[in-house]
Design a protein around this ligand. Structure first.
Ligand code: DGL
Length: 278
């Protein structure tokens, strides 16, 4: 008989800082659980990279989190969820220990899509890669065939967020540009989903550039609620998630730079460690 598994932290992965907007909600909703965050800041952005590159990078980061003792990893990145999750679940997980799980952020968002809009016209902002993957339109059509979805790729928003440029004329110009482009596709839109975990940092500016009353939906709370439900439904996984309220942050780039920005994103001091993926 194999020895019982040692409980481990829940891994949270993003290409950069964006997943911190999800991590913050996870930590608030599940305060006793241990979390390890990994940002691949050295290789961000993923949004304009090919399927095979996003898959290769994401798989390396997931393996690094498994090596740190995680049994459950959340891809807190829409691009990775849209482009790499299925391959990781179908090709990689079956090769490893059978208890390991990797979950993405698309399903928790798409299963709520119908309740986000009253007009039935929903807008979505995401990276080029997420938009081109058609993952959102396909999933939303499956759950809510009556919802009309319009997608807008916003290739410059992630670099702006990574650079900490959340305000200023340049940022407002590019926020306005993509908001206008979305509303031109469908003026009946009454709610927009920020389907990139970097975008909540731009939410105040986005709200300013959309017609008054448009609902701006961030994914963090949806993902945190979905994870809490998942752990409730899967007591075997819940049992092997350690619960000491520990948090650890890793970056593939320079920790001092990560700390400075992550402190802003999290609203409290963050001390990260550097991780080399070899
Ligand atoms: N934060 C990621 C997402 O949710 C993508 C950022 C990137 O382009 O790397 O899509």
């Amino acid at each position: 008989m194999s020895p019982p598994l040692l409980p481990g932290p829940i891994g949270v992965f993003d290409s950069g800082y964006g997943g911190l907007t999800v991590c913050r909600e996870l930590e608030q909703t599940l305060p006793n659980y241990d979390f390890v965050y990994l940002g691949d800041n050295a290789r961000v952005p993923y949004g304009n990279r090919s399927f095979s590159t996003v898959y290769r990078f994401t798989r390396q980061c997931v393996e690094a989190l498994f090596d740190m003792g995680c049994h459950l990893v959340i891809l807190a990145c829409n691009t990775a969820s849209a482009k790499a999750l299925r391959s990781i679940q179908q090709l990689d997980l079956p090769m490893g220990p059978s208890h390991r799980r990797v979950l993405g952020v698309l399903r928790p968002s798409t299963e709520q899509a119908g309740s986000l809009t009253r007009s039935g016209h929903l807008g979505l902002f995401a990276t080029e890669g997420t938009v081109r993957s058609l993952s959102y339109p396909l999933e939303i059509a499956r759950f809510f065939p009556g919802v009309q979805l319009s997608q807008q790729a916003c290739p410059l928003w992630v670099p702006l967020v990574e650079a900490g440029e959340l305000q200023g004329d340049g940022t407002h110009y590019f926020v306005e540009k993509y908001c206008q482009a979305l509303m031109e596709q469908d003026p009946m839109i009454d709610a927009v989903l920020l389907a990139c975990t970097h975008y909540p940092l731009l939410a105040p500016s986005i709200a300013q550039h959309l017609p008054e009353g448009t609902r701006v939906v961030t994914q963090g709370p949806l993902i945190a609620e979905a994870l809490a439900r998942y752990l409730h439904r899967h007591p075997h996984m819940d049992m092997i998630c350690s619960k000491n309220g520990h948090r650890a942050y890793f970056t593939t780039d320079e920790p001092s730079v990560f700390d400075e920005k992550a402190t802003l994103f999290m609203g409290r001091p963050v001390r990260s460690q550097g991780l080399s993926l070899g």
